[in-house]
Design a protein. Structure first.
Length: 449
């Protein structure tokens, strides 16, 4: 294995893979993942991916994203995401991704807080369809080294410039790996929560490393709770009952079998309604009934959810299922600009790890795959342009990074265990502290009025 690369990418979800595919093939790229390449939240996405269907839908798409985000969104970023969406879908189709079609035309679905059907999907396995196709394209590339079970524990930094990472390899050795550019695509924070739809190994590691190196973070307190996950007594990842199930007509019921909320409210508002109802019912869940959807359509449209619920003892064609809110998505993260640049030179972030402000305080359903792909591509293109400039400046490329930056391994965690013991709690505390700070600021603003 080399010890120096042009680019290191941390994470093999949609953001990491798509960025890899948009980097020049004459560059040496190292792609790492903490787990198996297939174990990322990107594989779990069920509902779909938003797209600007036609120009007539621009204003409504923009407004829906802003309203869901409580108007805390970065409008420039929202515009960029929507305007880039058709190009991204074309890129995906070029990678052999298939979306539901009827007579050759795309079929669009709708989810909570959308005023129009503008979501492309592939059964209820959209994330798996997209991510597995991107992964197989990446595996064909000879300039890419993909290491599984390899965990970033830190970055190599000098004077606010990133020169690579320190990683624990599969054989437990901890080594420095140098790079000219680094992209964090390391996903969300669900693993820090007891109840989450996320993979347990997604623990906001880039946030912890940012705190250590004073890299700017943004909206760290904006954590999305998904209203409907399948209730279970068991520990571990919670199984999501996609919003598109409600979009297609499923209803929420209290313990008396009565509807108690508009099922297509924004996620945070609906979560509040469900929690209120759970308290009134003195119950750990409410019910979701799919009785308004034809049984054949349930199996055809939601085969994965149908199968999984059956395994858990529920036939969703015939009976309601118990559902409960759980942590789902992280709107905040490492602060980036419109090209995915962080506040540290030569360090980029994209996907759920990054915060470009698109989602504001609350993400609109099916905007995150799109956002991850848009910024992954932009970051890759920006890195490419920077590398071209670097080459012009330093035509000879004389010295290696290892010669320029001295690394003392005692400055870094000696294992992932040490890293998690030191940093996971710190990250949780930072999220809670920022939440409190914002609440205090809001009450002060109210008093001042
Ligand atoms: C159940 C579920 C359903 C969803 N449905 C939808 C949907 O329908 N539409 C939509 O738009 N969005 C959906 N989302 C959200 C969306 O899937 C994610 O936001 C998106 O896939 C994030 O992609 P990513 O590439 O940023 O991160 P991920 O896909 O989570 O990948 C993170 C990668 O980083 C690696 N990693 C983490 N830490 C380290 C480390 N220290 N060292 C090395 N590697 C590391 C992980 O191993 C993994 O490979 C859903 C999410 C979940 C959980």
């Amino acid at each position: 294995m080399r010890q120096e690369y042009d680019v290191i990418i941390v994470g093999t979800g949609v953001a990491g893979l798509f960025a890899t595919l948009h980097l020049p093939q004459d560059k040496q790229i190292l792609l790492i993942t903490k787990s198996e390449a297939e174990e990322s939240d990107s594989f779990l996405a069920q509902g779909g991916i938003c797209v600007l269907k036609n120009e007539d839908d621009y204003a409504a798409f923009f407004e829906d994203t802003l309203r869901a985000g409580h108007y805390q969104n970065n409008r420039e970023a929202v515009d960029l995401m929507i305007r880039s969406s058709q190009e991204i879908i074309c890129d995906l189709i070029d990678c052999d991704v298939e979306f539901e079609r009827e007579w050759g035309d795309f079929v669009y679905t709708k989810e909570g807080a959308h005023t129009a059907a503008r979501i492309l999907y592939h059964e209820d396995l959209t994330g798996k369809e997209i991510t597995s196709k991107l992964l197989s394209k990446v595996r064909e590339l000879e300039n890419v080294t993909l290491l599984e079970h390899t965990t970033m524990l830190d970055i190599i930094e000098k004077n606010n410039v990133c020169y690579g990472i320190v990683a624990e390899l599969e054989n437990s050795s901890v080594i420095p790996i140098y790079s000219h550019y680094t992209l964090w695509a390391s996903g969300g924070v669900g693993g820090l929560y007891k109840h989450s739809t996320n993979y347990r190994h997604l623990t906001g590691d880039a946030l912890a490393i940012s705190m250590k190196h004073k890299i700017e973070l943004e909206n760290v307190d904006y954590v999305q709770i998904h209203p409907t996950t399948l209730y279970s007594e068991d520990a571990g990842r919670r199984f999501l009952i996609s919003e598109s199930v409600r979009g297609e007509g499923a209803v929420l019921l209290n313990r008396h079998g009565e509807r108690f909320a508009d099922e297509l409210l924004p996620r945070d508002v609906l979560t509040g309604e469900i929690r209120k109802q759970m308290e009134l019912d003195d119950s750990r869940y409410v019910y979701l009934s799919l009785r308004k959807i034809h049984p054949d359509d349930i199996v055809k449209r939601f085969p994965n959810i149908y199968k999984r619920c059956l395994e858990e003892g529920y036939d969703i064609r015939r009976e309601p299922i118990p559902v409960v809110p759980a942590q789902h998505y992280f709107m905040g993260g490492v602060k980036v600009d419109l090209d995915g640049r962080t506040s540290m030179k030569h360090l980029y972030a994209a996907g759920e790890t990054a915060c470009n402000g698109v989602h504001g305080a609350n993400r609109l359903a099916s905007n995150s795959l799109l956002e991850s792909l848009v910024w992954a591509k932009r970051a890759a293109k920006d890195m490419e342009a920077c590398m071209q400039k670097d080459e012009k400046k330093d035509a000879k490329h004389t010295s290696s990074i290892a010669e320029m930056v001295s690394v003392r391994m005692s400055d870094y965690p000696s294992s992932y265990q040490e890293f998690s013991e030191n940093y996971h709690e710190l990250t949780r505390q930072r999220i809670e502290a920022d939440k409190l700070r914002r609440q205090m600021q809001m009450s002060k603003n109210q008093e001042d009025l």
